[in-house]
Design a protein around this ligand. Structure first.
Ligand SMILES: O=P(O)(O)OC[C@H]1O[C@H](OP(=O)(O)OP(=O)(O)O)[C@H](O)[C@@H]1O
Ligand code: HPA
Length: 187
């Protein structure tokens, strides 16, 4: 099957966000154009990697949402979005999130103690976001079954393992320089 993700990644434009070389790709930003071929490729490859005997998929806004939606529509597993906005619902879990270029809060709602959950997200870079999501789920008393991030860059995977003990699966590992994206590994 055509690996649309890999084919499109190598033509990603790069912009500077402070010192951070930020690649722009539809999976990570929704621009310049998010095609159904790309979403299907990502959803199909992610579903193959996870145990679908789970209660919920958990993702973080914004760009985990299309991925979680596509997986949910194929598997009938419902999903929860960790939002940057607070809702003040009973049991809401706030956590601090830091990426390579931003800081803020994320809020978890809708996950109950004992829920079997799988985390999906678009990019794993420093690992800051995943660590925050894992911490929130631990506080909620959920059982984390799988973690899949579509695109891996940097050493976030090792950092997540060191800090939380969890393994993260990814679909592609890339290197980002100011000149562009290079695919190091496609799984
Ligand atoms: O491993 P990290 O360094 O934490 O980077 C990965 C995170 O960065 C992006 O989120 P961002 O907060 O920029 O939100 P977005 O999805 O709205 O772009 C991306 O969607 C991941 O969640
Ligand atoms: O370089 C990036 N591009 C898009 N999304 C991201 N999330 C973390 N790093 C990046």
């Amino acid at each position: 099957m055509k690996r649309v993700l890999d084919e499109t990644l190598e033509s990603s434009p790069i912009i500077k966000r402070g010192e951070y070389n930020y690649f722009i790709h539809p999976i990570a930003d929704g621009v310049p154009l998010f095609t159904s071929d790309l979403l299907r490729d990502v959803a199909t490859r992610t579903i193959k990697k996870i145990d679908t005997n789970i209660d919920k998929i958990v993702t973080a806004e914004a760009m985990g949402i299309p991925i979680a939606t596509a997986i949910s529509m194929s598997t009938d597993i419902p999903y929860v979005v960790m939002r940057k906005r607070q809702y003040f619902l009973e049991g809401e879990v706030p956590v601090h999130q830091e990426t390579g270029y931003s800081k803020g809060e994320l809020y978890l709602n809708g996950v109950q103690k004992g829920d079997r959950v799988t985390i999906v997200d678009d990019v794993l870079s420093t690992g800051g976001t995943l660590i925050a999501v894992i911490r929130a789920l631990e506080r909620a008393g959920a059982e984390i079954v799988d973690i899949v991030c579509v695109i891996e860059r940097g050493d976030g995977k090792a950092k997540v393992k060191e800090v939380t003990g969890y393994d993260v699966q990814t679909l592609v590992k890339i290197e980002v320089t100011e000149n562009g994206v290079v695919i190091l590994e496609s799984k």
